[in-house]
Design a protein. Structure first.
Lengths: 319, 319
């Protein structure tokens, strides 16, 4: 995952330094870029670099960075204003709260102080950029660059232009992301949830419905994925999986199994939002397997598993 | 994955020795059981043991069996009639063609020759047992035991009783499957596609719709899963993933993201079966990445990746 240095003399700016923003800071600094970090919330701002340094130590322990954690952390600079962050920056990655009014306010604030050529990526996980980035001077240079958390471990990033984004912006951000080692997905039409969260939404909706209807417990549904479907999806994705699952490939598969899948789809009608009673049942089901006071420890376990996963990808030449 | 010998003095019978049946034969023989293999098609019958022996050599090369491939293969015995296969067997795993009339015919044939206490598992991947196993002497002793292919690598198996299956049958098959190292999912109500294929159907339906609508290519959708969603699902499953993705756990997550996911679900209405034109487009898209004459080689690559995956599960104590 250590991709060597990217050819850019200008720094990158991180605006919003919570888990997502601080994660992006690691991804850029690891690739050799100077990174300015800003958060309007002083408490979040103070925590960002110490947290990132801790993560860099863990990455180093897993063989995921060659340089010392301190060398990489030395590329991170906390600044105390939006203007100081983005002034002279080549690229701004914003990761502020996922709320339309907050994103729009930030875009107008950036518009007021941005250089004429800065490119801006938004970490929005589902709201299309056209909903908050249009009709400003910067509009042609704003694009969604949606990561999975944490972006320094899981490589996928969705690029979604707004109706006003120009092609040069998309090309710039694609090159930048590939350069720092991310795996770029081009989303060609604005759609709520983009690709990643729409796929997750579809699977989760079925999972919640199966739990609600008493077909299987949360734990048994999790097992079905982690001991079954998830193995192939973790190195092939859904289309390659089915392409290899019928003698003549994907069209053969679709002719054999399409009717079953369509019958299943028709049987799952709109069954309303997850109501409080269902949420309480799922919560109860999960807490049997993981008490609330062990959530934090289990997150650390997950992050260690993701680091092992990433280290194996490097070993096998997949990354 | 080498689970040691199961305590049973009676053999297991494999009926239907295509890829799924021969895969089951490996899973049982590896665990130390004597396995009788039968297929009504002489060509398939002849190929089964040589193929299984080749797979056992690959498993040995990946450190997934301790015994020699020949020792394990020595537990496989080809027989030339249904009666010879199931006579005195403790358990029959049927993996004949996924068609209602074929499954029903086999059940009546088994009923005519079965001992009073033999237990029968069906590899049906989506048809509930009540559709083909009822109103026979053996009915209380028939249950769905649906594997992922290949069952000797991917551990999940769905157990789905019919309306006439007795609890002792479910308990017997669960114990047998756990004993040979499978991961058992209990499906508590009969539903088309069970849990595994319903989850896969939900994700595939969204994936095909995104491709059809020009939102993303097959390759970009595959990337979204294999470089993103699939990493966490391969060791956590969907419920644990979201449980760890909000500060207060799954209920917190549902309150934050439930409205987005419901909005996405509502936007995906019944849009008909995959029509021939769409199937042709997906086929074309896939063939750009994998020519038809490389499908077989890519399947070997997949199986090697699954063996690596299985070997790592053993190393990390997850299996």
């Amino acid at each position: 995952m250590n991709k060597g240095h990217i050819d850019t003399s200008k720094p990158v700016a991180i605006v919003g330094a919570g888990l997502v923003g601080a994660g992006w800071a690691i991804a850029f600094a690891r690739a050799g870029l100077a990174v300015r970090v800003y958060d309007a919330n002083a408490r979040i701002a103070e925590a960002a670099i110490p947290w990132a340094t801790g993560q860099l130590r863990a990455l180093h322990a897993h063989g995921l960075i060659d340089e010392s954690p301190e060398t990489v952390a030395g590329r991170l600079q906390m600044v105390d204003s939006l203007e100081a962050a983005i002034s002279d920056a080549a690229y701004v990655q914003e990761s502020v709260l996922e709320r339309l009014d907050v994103k729009r306010k930030l875009m107008t604030d950036i518009d007021a102080v941005a250089d004429a050529d800065v490119i801006i990526g938004s970490s929005s996980s589902g709201m299309p950029a056209s909903a908050f980035s249009c009709d400003l001077t910067i509009s042609p240079r704003v694009i969604i660059a949606h990561p999975v958390n944490p972006p320094y471990l899981v490589p996928v990033v969705e690029l979604v232009p707004s109706t006003q984004t120009v092609a040069e912006t998309t090309a710039f951000v694609e090159k930048l992301m590939v350069g720092i080692g991310q795996s770029v997905v081009r989303v060609r039409k604005e759609i709520e949830g983009f690709v990643l969260n729409r796929l997750q939404a579809a699977l989760l909706r079925e999972a919640w419905a199966l739990q609600r209807d008493g077909v299987a417990s949360c734990e048994d549904i999790d097992k079905t994925v982690r001991d079954g479907l998830g193995w192939r999806w973790s190195f092939m994705g859904p289309f390659e999986t089915i392409d290899l699952n019928a003698p003549e490939g994907v069209a053969d598969y679709a002719r054999r199994l399409g009717p079953l899948y369509y019958s299943i789809a028709k049987s799952r009608v709109d069954d309303g939002p997850w109501d409080p009673e269902l949420i309480a049942r799922v919560e109860h089901d999960r807490r049997q397997h993981l008490p609330a006071d062990e959530l934090a420890a289990r997150r650390n376990w997950r992050d260690a598993k993701l680091m092992e996963f990433a280290a194996r990808q490097v070993e096998s030449g997949e990354s």
